[in-house]
Write a protein of this length. Sequence first.
Length: 319
Amino acid sequence: MKILAIQNRMGIGDMVIFLPFIQEISRKFGCPISLLVKESSKADQYLKNSDYIDEIISLKREDKNRGDHDGIKGFVKLSNELKSRKFEKVIIFNSSLRYNLICKFANIKEIYQYPLFEKKGQHVINTAKKLLKDKLNLEVNSNPVINIETEKLIRAKSNFNFEKKEKNFLLGIGGSGPSKRVPAEKFLELIKYCKEKYDCQFFLATGKKDEEQEIKKDILKIYKDDCISLDDLIISDILPVIKNCDLSVCNDSSFSHLSSSLNIPTIVLMCDTPLLYGNYNSNMFPILPDGVDNVTHGTNGKNKINPKKIFDKIISLIN
């Protein structure tokens, strides 16, 4: 049986959130599932060792309708590409009429999808759960899981001298937007607390945007000998490094999702996005800004993140 799942959200985090749903669909039908996902999800870099994934098909839709799958020509091109693969079922994790019609033109007989035209206010997790429960009688309550080859874990452990330190921490200091990026001084204070208690080293995970690089530079100015930067590595090479760490402290970013899915205790610094992105996985432990009981878009709490509170959580998790 050939089954397709369409997940058209942009980022790594959104793709990771949907992994338990894909896995349960695979279990129910006894076959791996093909994915239609955007290139920005980078799914090929962390799902190639997942036995419940078949083919990863790149969805080429971009801003300003410049992608190969945009517009009328893109509609026809994508429907033909899917038709050639002869899928029998499709699960569409959105309410778009466009994808519904593309799948019909691709001659996919069984189409399961969110209610059409009801995108506004959809809960990223609960809407997917309801679809699978209502249409496929599936209950999904598990964590996302990312698998890594044992050989890569052993190589990373040796290459980065993990055994020479008492503790190894990942610091996910980047973020997709300025309001998600906790200032460098907060991480500097956290590193100071950790070094006072442990013989430890820190792996800095971030992107290449100027502000992210400035945060990294500010940390390395003081703790160059204690930190290893990972931003020149691709995701598939960073994963075994994360898996060897004792714990991660991350902004709400791709690395918080990847780390928790590797079964690593992950403290998530929630500054300006809904809390569900920092607590949907049982390996996630959100830290909120001081004086705040909940976070969402517009909270702007990055300057109120308390390093001592983070350190206390580290102690409680690894001691």
